[in-house]
Write a protein that binds this ligand. Structure first.
Ligand code: FES
Length: 179
């Protein structure tokens, strides 16, 4: 699904009053835009910022929409697509690729149900399972190449990942409630 800033009308957004409240609390404080975006993202059950929310924030704060959008794309903790409950980030840097990170991605793609979406070679991966339980992403380098291949699961770094280890990670997530 393409992220379109032109299709969505700000008046259609959910949580309008809560966003107004966030804006009024941060207005004219240092780093206001970052704080506003961060708190708005948390409002979403799926931890992301919708195009309508970005337009609304731009309108209310008088920041150009291009500035608001570029902040969300610059900082990796902002999400422009709905996130699953659990997040698995596979490093696709050279060191991790050489040590087999593609095999891990292929394994995840084979066991998780992403509907019609699939991994396209050469493109950044951002896929969420149909039940919105797991999101998988790729990153260019975690800066921990000596531990390749590196995978982050819900904020915890796993070094020297293998398909076997990944199976164990998924079964641990299942125990925590993954269907
Ligand atoms: S290439 Fe994967 S951590 Fe650097």
């Amino acid at each position: 699904m393409k992220y379109s800033l032109t299709k969505h009308r700000p008046e259609k957004i959910k949580d309008r009053l809560r966003i107004d409240n966030i804006i009024s609390r941060h207005k004219d404080t240092p780093g206001e835009l970052l704080n506003i975006l961060e708190e708005t993202q948390i409002l979403s059950k799926y931890n992301y910022l919708s195009p309508a929310q970005l337009k609304y924030i731009a309108e209310k704060t008088s920041y150009p929409l291009s500035v608001v959008y570029s902040v969300t794309t610059f900082y990796s903790f902002f999400n422009l697509k709905p996130q699953g409950e659990h997040c698995i980030i596979v490093c696709r840097g050279t060191a991790c690729h050489t040590k087999g990170s593609r095999r891990i991605l292929d394994y995840l793609e084979s066991v998780l149900d992403f509907g019609d979406e699939k991994i396209n070679e050469g493109e950044k991966v951002f896929l969420t399972t149909k039940d919105k339980v797991i999101t998988i992403k790729t990153v260019a380098c975690f800066g921990q190449c000596a531990l390749a291949p590196v995978v982050e699961v819900d904020g915890i770094i796993h070094s020297r990942m293998t398909v076997e280890k990944m199976k164990k990670v998924l079964s641990a997530l299942k125990k925590k409630g993954l269907k």
